[in-house]
Design a protein around this ligand. Structure first.
Ligand code: MRU
Length: 343
């Protein structure tokens, strides 16, 4: 990821190695603030209150959170309590559970005195692996973008994306954005339609910030504009990330993704889902079995902008944060292993 022209990552160890440093996404794009997580309670709060977010990055943050908890109490009971506590921070992204299970399985056989250090090392590995998977997703997705561009070599390739599935949602590169960055770097002219993604506006605030940092041409649109653009030939493909893909291929992602998939299908536009294998959940049979996070109605009644929040309705609101796109609407899944029509 490029921040002020320098390659960095969205999560790393603190300088003294005893904590994890994250970008506080609540301040973006107005201000770049790094926050040091120095105990498990702060890591849990950072996930729950979305200082950090996006399925793979939630997983990496939780892994460091478990290491921080073990630095305080590495007993079996301490491990189980911290695992449960961190798991409850957010319900939908399966990477959270995956990362906690992975770290716990690694440290449980070890002597208590060695567990915290081993957990930090495992969290580092999870972060490194996530960056490597995103890079591979980028390379596999690039082939699709190259082919699509070859069909219209005289104009930029128009890609629509929803929410933020970029490096701010992963450790580096992103999932949906990785092929876009690689295409841009390879000289393929790309233009991205960025859904603003109400209520929290991850598109308008975060994806647009990332694309601007990398120099990728883009235009922010309201969430309702995608169908119109697709119908008028202004979208060549849709790429989104996901918080959990069920065993049958149903895709759970940020609320509004399903409507984009329907519009894409109706207009014969390819709809791709980019994910690391840590986001596939073989234990969840279908999309209907994915727990959908219900967040505060205040995220709907108020809009956050530069300088604070303003109220945009005099009424109350409901706020389901994710929806499910049935597998039949997905053209292909782009993972670190390649591109496939089925998962
Ligand atoms: O609520 P968020 O901002 O954590 O939701 C994020 C998304 O829905 C992303 O699209 C998804 O996690 C994919 S991230 C690579």
């Amino acid at each position: 990821m490029k921040l002020n022209g320098t390659h960095t990552r969205s999560i790393m160890r603190t300088d003294d190695g005893k904590g994890a440093r994250i970008l506080d996404q609540r301040d973006l794009p107005w201000k770049v603030t790094w926050v040091d997580l120095r105990d498990a309670a702060t890591a849990e709060r950072a996930i729950r209150e979305m200082w950090t977010r996006g399925a793979p990055l939630i997983g990496a943050t939780a892994a460091y959170g478990l290491a921080l908890a073990l630095a305080e109490d590495a007993s079996d009971e301490g491990l189980d309590t911290a695992h449960k506590f961190l798991l409850e921070a957010r319900p939908t992204a399966v990477n959270l559970r995956w990362a906690l299970d992975d770290v716990a399985a690694h440290v449980r056989p070890l002597p208590v005195a060695e567990r915290a250090q081993a957990a930090f090392a495992r969290a580092d590995q999870i972060a490194d692996d996530d960056a490597a998977m995103s890079e591979k997703i980028g390379a596999h997705g690039l082939a699709i973008l190259r082919d699509l561009h070859a069909q219209h070599p005289d104009r930029p390739l128009n890609i629509l994306t929803h929410c933020n599935a970029g490096w701010l949602a992963t450790v580096d590169y992103g999932t949906a954005t990785a092929p876009i960055y690689m295409a841009h770097d390879a000289g393929i002219p790309v233009h991205v339609w960025v859904d603003e993604t109400r209520p929290r506006n991850q598109g308008a605030l975060l994806t647009a910030f990332e694309l601007a940092s990398h120099g990728v041409p883009h235009t922010v649109i309201v969430d309702n504009a995608g169908g119109h653009l697709m119908m008028n030939g202004q979208v060549d493909m849709v790429i989104v990330g996901t918080d959990r893909v069920a065993a049958n291929g149903d895709v759970c992602n940020k609320i509004g993704t399903y409507l984009k998939a329907l519009a894409a299908k109706d207009n014969d536009i390819p709809f791709y889902v980019a994910l690391p294998s840590t986001t596939f959940d073989a234990t969840t049979p279908t999309g209907a079995d994915v727990p959908i996070e219900e967040r505060s109605g205040e995220e709907v009644t108020h809009v956050q902008g530069e300088g604070g929040a303003i109220r945009v309705t005099a009424s109350g609101a409901a706020n389901p944060a994710f929806d499910v796109t049935p597998a039949r609407l997905v053209t292909g899944y782009i993972t670190e292993k390649g591109v496939s029509a089925t998962i």
